[in-house]
Ligand binder design. Structure first.
Ligand code: MV4
Length: 455
């Protein structure tokens, strides 16, 4: 096991990793930008180094500064968290050059799965269902039109280097496709440095189901079941649930086993997620992989009892997974709500500022992962998430009731938040019934007066 690890991240995930390290007896080196100076969670690290001004490019995305902190801190490994450098193959390469372990997948697996077109090809090669679409990358709009006429409109143009909804454009007919195709290539080139695009049939109203993978350096690959992430707003996940409601046991097993096969074929190691879409007929399709720990990992931890962050660290240090797949028995239901400092009355505009009151719920089956507190100033430079409210109960119905109760107790003032929105969603019949698709939240928001933003 490592003696000391650097956490190349901030906020709730930095705190989450510090907690895991402390339980493993591993010392921690934190890094912070000037905007995070004095943040309470930094006091839990053994050492903390300021790596620069607030802008991510000068701090949390700045590889030389992070590596310098790792050298000064004399660490054996770096945990990237999520976002920032977590899926940056160049960062993995630099860590390797500096003989510092990267707590995540090998460079080759990250590169392969990080290319959405390559990931799609790999899935096709091993017989994992993918959405009908182009056999590979598309170079010209004529090629795009030819594929679109084969699969039928509407189609989705996706950037190979994109992901998470970035670089996606829908086209409903020939003219739209001609207009969107070149713009999609240009946008992908500008955003990701790679203009490669491919085409998929646009699935109307799918469910977004993802599978947690955990793989060690000894060939053991496990799935830790699925998460339903269908409640999203503009590709930002807001509410995640496990188990996914209204999927049959055979569909669950098929999706999870295909996720394992994808990870095995990609030579994946450490924690990762395979994302699928499920259409209205119960057909599932692999769409992309995430080669990092995800924001929503806690709901999987709650139903399986597996501490994913501790196991990331153990796997990177060479430990073997101690379970066979049949020894993983999910228990109960778990739900997460992302608490964002955003104003639903102002189109979810990020709303940084000073938190006044910060009263968090407790009780059996309630977990609140957050670096924030009364008096904490939410900085404007980073993601607006200030915490995650997670519940775990024996059944979905009890988890829904527990979340309602916990949301009613949660009281944050000083900055607008998404709490009141969730209080309304968890009282909405359509949501509670669970047969919803990716269009649910937009419809919910249109039907209701935008909820008050004060907690
Ligand atoms: C799709 C899709 C429908 N058809 N692909 C969104 C982000 C990334 N994880 C993949 N995503 C989607 N890919 C095809 N062929 C629907 C989504 C999708 C989505 C799209 C628009 C608005 C919200 C969405 C939420 C989840 C998934």
């Amino acid at each position: 096991m490592y003696k000391r690890i650097l956490i190349a991240n901030r906020g709730e995930i930095a705190l989450r990793i510090i907690r895991a390290c402390r339980e493993l007896g591993v010392e921690t080196v934190a890094v912070y930008s000037e905007a995070d100076r004095g943040a309470a969670y930094l006091r839990l690290a053994d050492e903390a180094y300021c790596i620069g001004p607030p802008a991510p490019k000068d701090s949390y995305l700045n590889i030389p500064r992070i590596i310098a902190a790792a050298e000064v801190g004399n660490v054996q490994a770096i945990h990237p968290g999520y976002g920032f450098l977590a899926e940056n193959p160049h960062f993995v390469d630099v860590c390797q050059s500096c003989k510092i372990d990267f707590i995540g997948p090998p460079l080759e697996a990250m590169t392969l799965l990080g290319d959405k077109n390559q990931a799609r090809q790999l899935a096709r090669r091993i017989g994992v269902p993918v959405v009908p679409g182009s056999p590979g990358l598309l170079r010209t709009e004529e090629e795009a039109l030819e594929v679109a006429h084969q699969i039928g409109f509407p189609v989705l143009i996706k950037a190979a280097a994109g992901g998470g909804g970035r670089g996606m454009r829908v086209a409903a007919n020939d003219l739209a496709l001609k207009n969107e195709f070149q713009q999609a290539q240009a946008e992908a080139k500008a955003a990701f440095g790679d203009g490669s695009v491919y085409l998929e049939k646009y699935l109307e109203g799918p469910r977004h189901i993802e599978v947690q993978i955990l793989a060690d350096q000894h060939g053991n690959v496990l799935h830790l079941y699925e998460r339903d992430c269908t409640v999203q707003r503009r590709h930002q996940k807001l509410i995640e649930l496990t188990p996914a409601p209204h999927i049959s046991e055979e569909l669950r097993q098929a999706i999870c086993q295909d996720a394992v096969r994808l990870a095995q074929e990609a030579g994946y190691i450490n924690a990762g997620t395979m994302e699928f879409l499920v259409d209205r007929h119960g057909n599932y399709y692999f769409i992309e992989a995430n080669t990092r720990i995800q924001v929503e990992h806690p709901i999987t931890e709650m139903i399986t009892g597996v501490d994913l962050v501790k196991w990331q660290i153990r796997i990177a240090s060479g430990e073997r997974l101690p379970w066979r797949q049949e020894q993983i028995h999910p228990q109960g239901a778990s739900i997460e709500c992302r608490i964002n400092a955003e104003n639903p009355q102002r189109n979810f505009q990020p709303s940084p500022g000073k938190i006044e009151e910060f009263i968090v719920p407790g009780g059996l089956g309630v977990r609140f992962d957050s670096h924030a507190h009364a008096g904490y100033v939410v900085p404007p430079f980073y993601d607006s998430m200030i915490g995650k409210l997670i519940v775990h109960q024996p059944s979905r119905e009890e988890a829904l009731a527990c979340m309602r109760r916990a949301l009613d107790e949660l009281h944050i003032t000083g900055v607008p938040t998404t709490v009141e929105l969730y209080r309304q969603v968890f009282r909405d019949g359509e949501f509670l019934h669970g047969k919803i698709d990716t269009s649910y939240l937009d419809r919910f928001l249109q039907q209701r007066q935008a909820p008050a933003a004060v907690g």
